[in-house]
Write a protein that binds this ligand. Sequence first.
Ligand SMILES: Cc1cc2nc3c(=O)[nH]c(=O)nc-3n(C[C@H](O)[C@H](O)[C@H](O)COP(=O)(O)OP(=O)(O)OC[C@H]3O[C@@H](n4cnc5c(N)ncnc54)[C@H](O)[C@@H]3O)c2cc1C
Length: 414
Amino acid sequence: MSASGHAGKHIAVIGGGAAGFFAAITVAEAKPNAQVTIYEQSQRTLTKVKVSGGGRCNVTHQCFDPARLVTYYPRGGRELRGAFHRWQPQDTLAWFAARGVDIKAEPDGRMFPTTDDSQTIVDCFRRSAVEAGVQLRLGQELKALQQNPEGGFTLELTDGSSASADKVCITAGSLKTSQLSAALESIGHTIEPLAPSLFAFNIRDERLAELAGLAVEKASVQVLPKSKPQSGPILITHKGLSGPAILRLSAWEARALHAVNYRFDIAINWLGDAKEQPLQERFARLRQTSGKSFVRTKVFDAIPRRLWERLVAVAGIGPDIVWSQLPKAQETALIRELIDGRFAVVGKTTNKEEFVTCGGIRLKEVDFKTMESRLVPGLHFAGECLDIDGITGGFNFQAAWTTGHLAGLAMSIA
Ligand SMILES: Cc1cc2nc3c(=O)[nH]c(=O)nc-3n(C[C@H](O)[C@H](O)[C@H](O)COP(=O)(O)OP(=O)(O)OC[C@H]3O[C@@H](n4cnc5c(N)ncnc54)[C@H](O)[C@@H]3O)c2cc1C
């Protein structure tokens, strides 16, 4: 007899988001006689899936090599490596295809439903959950969790009711300070401190004024004094800088930037990996071959004209200066602006397309083959409640699908 008094096991999934639905459907399909219940605190499920990817849901990423896939996770990559060998983006695609949902790749590797509508994914989950017999309890927040001496758990819910479960899977998303986080700590788990990841940088600097909307495709940026640089597109916004290279940097440096309250300096190379000496040689050639051309006339395809004009002006080069007249000091200043532009960041702006939190259940406390707690048998974790986060591009959902699948499978077996 199960903890709930049912002949089949009762499996409680806490949180009706991406990971919760994936875990619940997996266990319900693998173990049809189990009673599987999702407890969701709000009146709505899958709300983040619905708004994700700007309403299109960036379901996963077109990267099918687990060793490469893990390099997109500032936290959790090491632990996910084995997990991705068991469930990776190809498995996700096959899972959706088997349910009639086709997914396409964009040139940068992000993958979306062919409908370009997140509702397709939401509907797929809701339908699959109903077909698999998953029960849904809305408006029921888990506030306490007790291990029963005879095995299983008692769940205390905010509506005053309680429930028994043989196994529990926590899929509650980012673990803010709450009754649930206190309950998890009281049974021995550690919650790594939370900090936002994936955000744009606020910068007030004349060099960027009125250039909002310009993008440089192959720039590189690092946090000073010496973070690892991140390369890729940088977008100038009304508030400062955004774009893939900035978001990636925000993810890798999430903890360090949180610690300095989002006030720090960055260095930008607008030409990606260009170095000083080749630029000096290029400018020396320009002095000879285009001596009568204005320096302010665009030189590099990679740099938008208005940004180039701004950098030239900032280097103290007047609009009438031609290459043959360019003083050495101004040339040096221009090269500095091009490859080592220094900017002071004074805050952050949430990325509307996707934002996540780093921090959560300490990964050492979880067995990544089963997503089961190493401290509390029968308790599993999946999704963002773990101290895992990826850069933008579909990696966060993939982590939710993978951990949700492994937790669901393990709960169906034991
Ligand atoms: C605007 C936005 C866009 C995004 N776009 C993308 C994207 O395109 N691609 C991508 O890969 N990632 C994206 N992400 C990140 C992605 O949404 C998350 O990584 C993912 O939703 C995590 O899934 P989860 O199930 O762990 O948590 P969630 O989706 O947050 O679900 C957790 C659920 O648990 C419920 N809950 C919490 N506490 C309790 C409790 N005590 N009792 C009961 N229920 C509880 C919550 O109400 C919620 O419904 C985006 C995030 C945001 C905010």
